[in-house]
Design a protein around this ligand. Structure first.
Ligand SMILES: Nc1ncnc2c1ncn2[C@@H]1O[C@H](COP(=O)(O)OP(=O)(O)O)[C@@H](O)[C@H]1O
Ligand SMILES: [Mg+2]
Length: 329
């Protein structure tokens, strides 16, 4: 139990008729980052609010840094740093003053608070903006200031709720760097995001949540492998559908086929190929070689072969392109 930075079991939270969390289990081993990945409304913020003791669950239990969120919320608050989905900075104070004030609120001496603020300003790439009021900051700078605020008290567990949503690419990259450093320093991090790319980049393990449930979990490679299997099977399925349908329709009357195959088999080039093959192999195999008056259905055989080649010529590269794109992710 003590090896887990966060451990949650069966968390449930409903708001009226909305089941925001529908029985969620989460584990974050110490020194690792869990990416909670899900679309808007999946329940990410609700989970973070429960784990940061801002909200009580209807059911389930959770421990953060070994402390129970229900029985000792105060103890949990002393061990976590939280940067919410909407940056909570005082816009009328400078970046430096914001961090200094937080340090003082945590009971640091003036000196300690000043030196901590300086360290975090640098760490969060805010040196040039340190003496400007936060209202002049870009979205990314505000987020990083908020993140710096969450780190003032040197928390054991850091919770970041959608740290890059709404940021431009530059702001996102800067924020990623700051988080990556935090991670390299060995912090335990719970990060929520709507972006697979972000979870892939920053998280050791990913839990995908949707409508209050974890629908997949694993390392990003494990999750990608699952996607590969499905997508490769899909694309491989496409390329074989046509030749297979073509071959089978040569021997089985299309009327006897299952509906899906029938649609494909009755598609013009396929039908032509089927008719030609049937003529060749089933009905009129010639007694003399070559048959007098030429091969039956000569033109349709040619047509069928050409259209099969054309079909494969289109689908084979599509399959390869698709596979490459999936494999690169
Ligand atoms: N305080 C609240 N009152 C009513 N409904 C809420 C409240 N907080 C969240 N919800 C609902 O719970 C669901 C999950 O919300 P949330 O945890 O904010 O999702 P996410 O952060 O993944 O976008 C949503 O359907 C949302 O509308
Ligand atoms: Mg949210």
């Amino acid at each position: 139990m003590s090896a887990l930075a966060v451990e949650a079991e069966g968390l449930v939270k409903t708001f009226g008729s909305t089941r925001a969390l529908d029985g969620i289990d989460l584990q974050i081993p110490q020194g690792t980052v869990l990416g909670l990945l899900g679309p808007n409304g999946a329940g990410k913020t609700t989970a973070v609010r429960i784990l940061s003791t801002l909200l009580r669950p209807d059911a389930g239990r959770a421990q953060v840094a070994g402390v129970d969120v229900l029985t000792d919320p105060h103890g949990v608050r002393g061990k976590i740093g939280l940067a919410g989905q909407y940056a909570a900075v005082d816009a009328n104070l400078t970046g430096f003053e914001n961090l200094y004030m937080i340090g003082r609120l945590y009971g640091m001496s003036r000196r300690q608070a000043r030196s901590r603020a300086r360290v975090l300003i640098t760490r969060c790439r805010l040196d040039e903006a340190a003496e400007r009021t936060a209202k002049t900051y870009s979205g990314g700078m505000r987020r990083r200031l908020d993140l710096a605020g969450a780190l003032v008290a040197n928390p054991e567990v850091v919770m970041l709720d959608e740290p890059t949503t709404g940021l431009d690419p530059r702001g996102r990259l800067d924020t990623w760097e700051v988080i990556a450093e935090l991670v390299a320093d060995g912090a335990d991090v719970l990060l929520t995001t709507q972006y697979l790319e972000e979870a892939d980049h920053l998280a050791d393990t990913i839990a995908v949540i949707d409508r209050g449930r974890v629908i997949a979990r694993g390392t990003s490679n494990e999750l990608k492998a699952q996607c590969h299997t499905v997508e490769v099977a899909q694309s491989a399925g496409l390329i074989w559908l046509f030749p297979l349908t073509f071959v089978s329709s040569a021997f089985v009357p299309t009327g006897n086929m299952p509906a899906v195959l029938k649609v494909a088999a009755e598609w013009n080039p396929v039908t032509a190929a089927a008719d030609a093959s049937r003529e060749l192999f089933a009905n009129t195999v010639p007694a003399t070689f070559p048959p007098p008056g030429g091969w039956p259905g000569e033109h349709s055989v040619l047509y069928a072969v050409l259209s099969s080649v054309a079909i494969i010529a289109v689908f084979a590269p599509l399959t390869v392109v698709r596979y490459r794109r999936v494999a690169r992710r």
